[in-house]
Design a protein around this ligand. Structure first.
Ligand SMILES: [Mn+2]
Length: 424
């Protein structure tokens, strides 16, 4: 389903007076509010195809209702989200969960929904039916060259699918590692992985990037072959200038200083993209901003400062993606909340005055530096986000309208209660 223009207008009209009061009250205190609005409007976050259904845990999965059961329906869900916030104008596909059967028709559908195809994701962490070799003991790191070749060929196939759709990047996340000491020769695993990634890199089109995603643990519990940003940075550096590290917020050991990692990767021109989610304990894949919103703000503060230091385009030069999938919320409501949280953190980071902060740092004025950061963080920027949505033709209160229109009931009517989205 899609929203009609009059549904959006009716909703916005009813909230307009209250919104204008909130926005005027705030905008008088925000210098350069028009520039902030422009940046918020331009900023788009890619929605992963696997987040449109309920995710599971290793203990089970409680399916939602009216989930998209085809790739076309997944695109329609992202198109619907984009109508609500005009900030979800891209979709990130996963092969083999989303093999495009008719790339031309899919591109047409995406264009009609005002969506583009963001990074393609390969999968060598599961065995697929009919596959010749198993990834039980790894893929690109495997001791057997035939297994490595199968994993390399799969990644190249994913690039080809992406080329047909107009994507420009490949994300490689490897479950490779070991569960017990002695299982693996670390150096051989690293070198095999590097050689395999080199073959994938060689197959990249001229204008493509490859993102090497790292993760500290899970599903392997003793070592992960791309386990942290240092290992990812090593691979990306050795591969060449089209290779970058990808930071997934849930892939660090507890209390890691992710904002510092981001700052240094950006400084070294090796930060390629982002996977947003939130977590309390491990890779919990919870709604962005639901647990540690201050950390998210501090990360965005480094992103803005680091991108501006290199004159980077906030919208295009890094890949912005959500990577979350959990068991209890409506996935579309969850994604509306996640995009909102990302943009709140971004807007707050844009409020930090870099000249004042720099002066405080140069003067070793620790107290003032904290005042500046927390002054931005404690600003309720939601009226600015709402104003950006209003001007873009989107919805003043996305979750409110989603519920008012009973969107999930509509989707169940269209698709049935028992549809299941492909994914984990
Ligand atoms: Mn990820």
């Amino acid at each position: 389903m899609l929203l009609t223009k009059s549904q959006i207008e009716q909703h916005n009209d009813a909230l307009l007076t209250q919104h204008q009061r909130n926005f005027e009250c705030l905008s008088g205190n925000v210098p350069g509010v028009e520039a902030v609005l422009k940046k918020l409007t331009d900023f788009q976050v890619a929605i992963p195809s696997w987040a449109l259904g309920n995710g599971g845990t290793r203990f089970g999965r409680f399916a939602g209702k009216g989930e998209p059961s085809t790739l076309e329906q997944k695109l329609e869900d992202v198109g619907l989200l984009h109508q609500f916030n005009r900030s979800s104008g891209a979709v990130s596909l996963h092969i083999p969960w989303d093999i495009p059967k008719d790339a031309g028709a899919l591109k047409q559908l995406a264009a009609a929904l005002d969506l583009r195809f963001d990074a393609m994701n390969s999968n060598t962490f599961q065995d697929q039916p009919g596959q010749a070799h198993s990834y039980k003991y790894g893929s690109l790191q495997h001791v057997d060259k035939a297994v490595r070749k199968q994993a390399i060929d799969h990644n190249i196939e994913v690039i080809r699918y992406g080329e047909e759709l107009g994507s420009e990047s490949l994300t490689v996340w490897l479950a490779d590692g070991s569960c017990f000491p002695g299982q693996l020769n670390f150096r051989k695993a690293f070198n095999n992985t590097l050689e395999s990634l080199g073959e994938i890199y060689a197959a990249l089109p001229e204008d493509w990037k490859v993102f090497v995603e790292y993760k500290a643990f899970e599903p392997n519990f003793y070592s992960t072959t791309v386990g942290d940003w240092g290992q990812s940075f090593l691979f990306a550096s050795k591969l060449g200038e089209k290779a970058y590290s990808l930071v997934d917020l849930g892939h660090h050991l507890p209390n890691a200083n992710i904002e510092q990692i981001v700052a240094l990767l950006l400084n070294e021109k090796k930060l390629g993209g982002f996977h947003f989610n939130d977590s309390k304990y491990g890779d919990d894949d919870l709604t962005v901003g639901s647990i540690k919103p201050y950390q998210l703000f501090l990360i965005f503060k480094e992103l803005v400062e680091g991108m501006d230091a290199r004159n980077m385009d906030h919208t295009k030069d890094l890949g912005w993606m959500i990577d979350a999938s959990h068991n209890v919320k409506d996935p579309l409501e969850d994604l509306l909340q996640s995009v909102e949280a990302i943009k709140i953190a971004y807007a707050q980071a844009l409020l930090v005055d870099p000249v004042k902060l720099n002066a405080a740092q140069e003067a070793n004025d620790v107290t003032l530096a904290q005042e500046i950061l927390q002054g931005a963080y404690r600003t309720d920027v939601r009226p600015i986000l709402a104003e950006a949505r209003l001007r873009a033709g989107a919805v003043l209160d996305p979750v409110g309208l989603f519920r008012q229109l009973k969107v999930r009931d509509q989707l169940v009517k269209e698709r049935g209660a028992n549809t299941v989205a492909t994914g984990l």
